[in-house]
Design a protein around this ligand. Structure first.
Ligand code: AMP
Length: 255
């Protein structure tokens, strides 16, 4: 795997890959098996797989996540990426990605970016879409791999790709779960033992209930502070707090 931290160097390399299919996986690092499933899929479907690890400050504004507290584990992440035979790791810095100080932004103005996850901070998805567009332009991937765990993000990303005529195929990938059903997430590490045990109730309750409001009630009764449980886009989507940790999940409906 070649690690590249210079945008100009990457642009030169990209020119040599003109006839290759390229798969892109962007993450904020602290890789777990959920992320690794995206690299595996990309490796299986493309000549070249490009991993981007970029902790995007622009999307932390007004969120519970503390940008400074986000786990930075690049050396461990590299070991995973080498194991997955990823071809290129792009590690660009904030200044190089935002030389204008984030004055040019992608702003989506329909309900899609202001509801659910967007409701916490109206500018959250602007930050997500802006960084994604920058990397799409730099990498020009044939396919771009995203996890369904962040379902609203996948919908917005797809919409941006469609509306801005970006030449990439968006590949949503199923949520990877722990043995007890909890969706894998970097945030799971913040749960204490009791919370971790209780957290398995999220997927369990989403699946066993008939309505979103019933699911919400059961979660509240079990000690979660529920931000939302909603049936939308043919999924049941939820966000709930256990102590100081906010967990999100979604499952398909009508299956
Ligand atoms: P992150 O860096 O955690 O924000 O996520 C980077 C990518 O990995 C996004 O496309 C996420 O949807 C995806 N991802 C995160 N967790 C999982 C999971 N448990 N299963 C599948 N994909 C995931």
């Amino acid at each position: 795997m070649k690690t590249i931290s210079d945008i100009a160097e990457w642009r030169c390399i990209r020119e040599t890959l003109a006839n290759k299919s390229i798969g892109l996986v962007h993450t904020m690092g602290n890789l777990h098996a959920g992320h690794l499933s995206l690299y595996k899929r990309s490796k299986a479907e493309n000549d070249i797989t490009v991993a981007v690890i970029f902790l995007n400050k622009a999307q932390f504004e007004g969120r519970d996540d503390d940008f400074s507290r986000y786990p930075r584990t690049v050396e461990e992440d590299k070991v995973h990426l080498v194991k997955e035979n990823v071809d290129y790791l792009l590690l660009f810095n904030h200044q190089d990605m935002y030389p204008d100080g984030y004055q040019i932004q992608v702003i989506e103005t329909t309900e899609l970016s202001s509801t659910l996850e967007g409701a916490l901070s109206p500018t959250y998805f602007h930050g997500v879409l802006t960084i994604c567009l920058k990397f799409l332009n730099l990498i020009q991937p044939t396919r771009s791999y995203l996890g369904e765990k962040d379902y609203q993000q996948v919908l917005l990303y797809k919409k941006m790709v469609e509306m801005l005529f970006i030449n990439t195929h968006v590949v949503p990938c199923p949520t990877v779960r722990a043995d007890d059903g909890l969706a894998l997430s970097s945030r799971n590490l913040r749960l204490n033992e009791g919370q971790r045990d209780k957290s398995r109730l999220i997927p369990e309750i989403l699946m066993k209930t008939k309505t979103a409001s019933e699911a919400s009630e059961l979660l509240e009764n079990a000690g979660f502070k529920v931000d939302y449980v909603v049936d939308k886009w043919n999924r049941r989507l939820a966000a709930a707090w256990l102590g100081n940790t906010r967990l999100i999940d979604n499952i398909p409906l009508n299956n």
